[in-house]
Design a protein around this ligand. Structure first.
Ligand code: SAM
Length: 291
């Protein structure tokens, strides 16, 4: 009889008990036990047999197995050494998976791509991410400008909404701008907490990030741009003028700031959440020229 998929409650329980595995909450270990959800993630990622896949945190191999089935080859980073003998067992039928024992935040992913995938292969990052470090992981992968087509990740619902937000919404903030500077972001599916073992205390969503070839705006200095955007959201309820006055308190007074905003036709009484990416770029470039 063919083996059941790893991502089923009965097989997962069997594997966990065979290896007497105890979950580490500190590593965000919530394993998926629903094959349909995994197939959905893979479909939204745009993966087919010609694709390369990079996974972060394979756990006992639930998503890795599906990637091995649907993609050409898979490279997966796992931090927890205890999972390697388990993965050697659960993934023994798949010869197209390479496991790397490393903290993804320390990993040289660009070098791994060069070593493991043929040039020109379309590569997709796919993960059910450990929730305690979702943002650092995604920002690291985006800032490194890896040669990947997309990132499709299961993350906490609220964080997914912030990354894919539109202006004038509660979720729109500096994280939105940071993510959408590099990618086109969309929330593709809500996922109930019942499909995880153990169940997390938060709801989840699948976020799809399609990597842009070029940023949507031209900025003089990226670090300065992101710093200024953060300053505009420092106190969400404050006006743009007041947030910028606090940010520049050593340098410019309120009147100078108001005049600068007037010169680019951005009303200082607006709030950060009403500014588009283009307006933030204009604002940052104007202030940068004065540095
Ligand atoms: N992919 C599996 C699944 O869907 O069932 C497990 C997902 S679980 C939410 C997150 C996984 O990431 C765990 O296996 C955990 O050990 C691993 N992990 C946590 N922090 C990590 C890090 N910094 N680098 C690599 N893996 C990490």
């Amino acid at each position: 009889m063919p083996k059941k998929h790893i991502a089923t409650p009965s097989r997962t329980k069997e594997i966990l008990s065979k290896y007497k595995f105890s979950f580490k909450k500190s590593l965000g270990q919530n394993f998926l036990v629903d094959v349909n959800i995994l197939e959905n993630i893979i479909k939204h990622a745009g993966i087919d047999k010609s694709s390369g896949a990079i996974e972060i945190g394979p756990g006992i191999g639930a998503l890795t197995e599906q990637l091995a089935i649907y993609a050409d080859q898979v490279v997966a980073y796992e931090i927890d050494k205890r999972l390697f003998p388990i993965l050697a067992d659960t993934l023994q039928d798949y010869s197209n998976v390479e496991l790397i024992h490393q903290d993804i935040l320390q990993a040289d992913v660009a070098a791994a791509i060069e070593a493991h995938f043929p040039p020109e292969q379309s590569i997709h990052i796919v993960a059910n991410l450990p929730y305690y470090i979702t943002t650092p992981i995604l920002m690291k992968l985006l800032r490194e400008r890896l040669p990947v087509s997309s990132l499709t990740v299961m993350i906490q619902k609220e964080v997914a909404e912030r990354m894919a937000a539109k202006p004038n919404s509660k979720s729109y903030g500096s994280l939105t701008i940071a993510v959408q500077y590099y990618t086109e972001a969309s929330v593709v599916m809500r996922v109930p907490r019942q499909v995880f073992m153990p169940q997390p205390n938060v709801d989840s969503s699948i976020l799809n990030l399609v990597v842009r070839e070029n940023p949507p705006v031209q900025v003089e200095d990226e670090d300065f741009f992101f710093k200024l955007v953060q300053a505009c959201f420092a106190q969400r309820r404050k006006t743009l003028r007041n947030n910028l006055t606090s940010f520049y308190k050593e340098k410019y007074d309120k009147e100078t700031i108001t005049n600068l905003l007037d010169s680019i036709e951005i009303d200082g009484i607006r709030r950060g959440e009403s500014l588009s990416m283009e307006e933030f770029a204009l604002l940052a470039n104007t202030f940068f020229k004065l540095e």
